[in-house]
Design a protein around this ligand. Structure first.
Ligand code: SF4
Length: 376
């Protein structure tokens, strides 16, 4: 598996070049709760996580990260999210940093993307960090969306390939690429296209916002089974909406998928995803109300009556990414500290208490089902 890619190094972990496919997960605790984050990192490591991601949004999170680093043996990775400038203070405490090409334009608008990447790469090099270029369907770089209008897959693949070129020019080769989407078939297409373009670059696989188990695991399997047996994919994450104390389910699911693929035990679910599709994020330190996972579970149960209808409902855990990540859903919910905002595509329908939003969702779902097209 993955023999054609080059081998990269994340501390003592090899990714690519024929190394076993590694499995990753992410802490869903509040990063500044150092004890809880250490416990979570260790839970994941002991379950077999080769790499553990920690969310960092601000300098206080970085101070906590530095403490967590001292108390866990897990290899650590941080996502720079919208703030690439955190790289400088984050890199001394981690083994890998991830940047999203779609978030680089937010800060320092006077600096070119090339300059920003040269700066991030210099920091990664000084600190012995690997890099993940992480392209996400929900936040593709605006210039690539503009250039490949209407062809989202092309925009994702070209953005990733262009960034590989930047790192190559800087003679930095210790990187992987991810091309994630919540739709398994798009994950397959993007990764196949990318691996044709850059067969040398190790790939991190993932279906983003796959949702609650078992559906989230099935969606992920559908994508991975079409990639890993063909040598595409060197490391992976299974993103599941589960309570934070059960986060090790992501690792167990990932290991099981790898074991099954090795033994040629494939799931065949031809009708899966043809009807109601519920996507939900795996949660992270940005979740401000612990009822998010329960809400996602309740939404799944309440909407079971509509399972034949070809509609997408998105449930997102925070007010940072929630508003954007629900834009494409027929009905979307994003969770704030004490309220949930309900949307239809990009239109906000209202903001409700956690206890009352389900009834309103049901009403809105019925309206969509009873429309003439019926989404069947
Ligand atoms: S939507 Fe928010 S809470 Fe959910 S994983 Fe993304 S950043 Fe974290």
């Amino acid at each position: 598996m993955g023999q054609t890619t080059r081998k990269i190094q994340v501390r003592d972990l090899a990714i690519g070049g024929g190394a076993p496919v590694s499995v990753q997960s992410m802490c869903a605790t509040h990063t500044q709760d150092i004890d809880a984050t250490v416990r979570q990192a260790e839970l994941l490591r002991k379950a077999g996580a080769d790499l553990v991601r920690i969310a960092v949004d601000n300098p206080k999170d970085v101070q906590a990260l530095a403490q967590v680093r001292k108390q866990t043996k897990a290899r650590l990775v941080v996502d720079l999210q919208e703030n690439f400038k955190l790289a400088e203070i984050v890199a001394p405490h981690v083994d890998k940093i991830r940047y999203n090409p779609g978030h680089l334009h937010h800060l320092d608008k006077h600096r070119s993307i090339e300059e920003k990447i040269a700066w991030v790469v210099a920091i990664a090099r000084q600190n012995g960090c690997a890099i993940r270029i992480g392209v996400n369907c929900g936040s593709v770089a605006p210039d690539f969306l503009e250039r490949y209008k209407g062809d989202h897959v092309k925009a994702i693949v070209e953005s990733a390939a262009w960034h590989c070129g930047l790192l190559d020019d800087l003679k930095f080769t210790n990187y992987v690429v991810s091309l994630k989407d919540s739709d398994p078939s798009k994950v397959v297409t993007c990764n196949k296209e990318f691996s044709k373009r850059r067969p040398d670059v190790p790939i991190h696989l993932g279906v983003t916002e796959a949702g609650l188990p078992p559906d989230g695991i099935i969606k992920t399997r559908i994508a991975f089974e079409q990639l890993i047996p063909f040598g595409i994919g060197d490391t992976m994450r299974v993103s599941l909406t589960v309570p934070f104390e059960n986060k090790d389910e992501e690792i167990k699911a990932g290991r099981q998928i790898l074991e099954d693929i090795k033994n040629k035990r494939f799931v065949s679910v031809p009708d899966f995803g043809k009807g109601l599709n519920i996507i939900s994020c795996p949660s992270c330190s940005r979740v401000e109300n612990g009822d998010f996972v329960k809400l996602a579970t309740d939404v799944k149960q309440m909407t079971a009556y509509a399972k034949e209808h070809k509609l997408t409902i998105a449930v997102m855990g925070c007010r940072v990414n929630g508003p954007g990540e629900t834009d494409d859903a027929d009905l979307g919910l994003w969770c704030g500290p004490s309220t949930v905002t309900l949307k239809r595509k990009s239109e906000t329908l209202g903001t409700y208490g956690y206890m009352e939003v389900l009834a309103v969702l049901r009403q809105r779902l019925d309206e969509l089902i009873n429309q003439p097209s019926q989404h069947l």
